[in-house]
Design a protein around this ligand. Structure first.
Ligand code: PMV
Length: 326
């Protein structure tokens, strides 16, 4: 048996613009997905994902047929797409194409809410499955293999941000294929979750259309790129007030691109009024999570009482990426 965990992430700056080659700064947060893997000689794959969704389910199949389950297909795809991909990557890396696995997933990261839950499952899954087969991969290779999984499941629309950040931990900078860790101070994140999820594909397509039709939208995307570069300098200087101001501006620019939502705006304003240094949506938008910067309890309490906020929690910057748990 091998058990690995990997963190989720928030975007400090740069989502959506990263799709057009601008830099982005995702940060790993202290909310993890844990994957427990045991090899089995009959080649079958059994996935137990009780915590991955609100419903929880178990699927079992042999690899050549469809999973035999009685739950909505989208939930099955969410769990099995990434687990299948992770298992395939592990089989390839360990040169063991016929091996089967029992896989159990526990995740404290809300699904599809801009916190990188699927990347964390893919990274931890590949690490646990390869270690179970006696192969130890460095975090950068885990990141690359997990990226291939996301890329395949999301029909080529994935950036390297989530998988690189989850494998490496800390604050990272992603610009196209160039990914690296950044020096960053402790970042006291507070996350507000509206209980929903945006449709990433539709939101990315919406920004693409806007950008083609209006010069202001193309300018907004490059303004986000400039803002990210300024944000990197603020992180380097440990200037959290400036980081917060830039988060506020980044949310405004995302709003102009049409990817916010009433629930996200309400949480962003509640955080600002409670004294957070800054607040913005994180990820594709449309619903899901906001991230605020505040070392006191005031923002979490304010979010807790904000209509539309289902859960508010603290999740500091996690400097550790994928980690062995067995
Ligand atoms: O919602 P998430 O965490 O999957 O982030 C999407 C971020 C986008 O920039 C909108 C798309 C991408 O693949 O980078």
């Amino acid at each position: 048996m091998a058990v690995s965990s990997a963190p989720g992430k928030v975007y400090l700056f740069g989502e959506h613009a990263v799709v057009y080659g601008e830099p982005a700064v995702p940060c790993a947060v202290e909310r993890r997905a844990t994957v427990d893997v045991t090899a089995r000689s009959d080649g079958r794959l059994r996935v137990d994902a009780a915590d991955l969704t609100l419903d929880g389910f178990t699927v079992e199949y042999g690899g050549d047929g469809a999973p035999d389950v009685d739950v909505p297909e989208s939930l099955v795809e969410a769990a099995t797409g990434y687990v299948d991909g992770a298992v395939e990557q592990a089989r390839e890396a360990a040169d063991a194409p016929e091996i089967g696995f029992d896989v159990a997933i526990e995740s404290a990261i809300p699904l599809g809410a801009g916190l990188g839950s699927s990347a964390a499952v893919a990274v931890a899954g590949i690490d646990a499955a390869t270690r179970e087969l006696g192969v130890e991969l460095p975090p950068k290779e885990l990141a690359e293999r997990a990226y291939r999984v996301e890329h395949a499941v999301q029909d080529g629309e994935a950036s390297r941000a989530d998988t690189f950040c989850s494998a490496m931990g800390g604050a990272v900078r992603v610009e196209g294929e160039d990914c690296r860790r950044l020096d960053a101070p402790a970042l006291p994140f507070v996350i507000g979750y509206d209980g929903g999820a945006g449709d990433t594909g539709a939101l990315v397509a919406g920004v693409r259309e806007l950008r083609e039709e209006y010069d202001f939208a193309a300018d907004t995307v490059s303004a986000i790129g400039d803002l990210v570069r300024q944000g990197e300098r603020a992180l380097d200087a440990n200037d959290l007030d400036e980081v917060g101001r830039l988060m506020d501006m980044n949310h405004g620019l995302l709003n102009a691109l049409g990817v916010s939502a009433r629930s996200l705006d309400a949480m962003v304003w509640a955080a600002r009024e409670a004294g957070a240094r800054g607040a913005k949506l994180t990820g594709a938008g449309g619903g899901g999570c906001v991230v605020a910067l505040d070392e006191t309890e005031a923002t979490r309490t304010a979010l807790h009482y904000t209509p539309g906020c289902e859960e508010a929690f603290r999740a500091e910057l996690d400097t550790e990426g994928v980690r062995r748990e067995d």
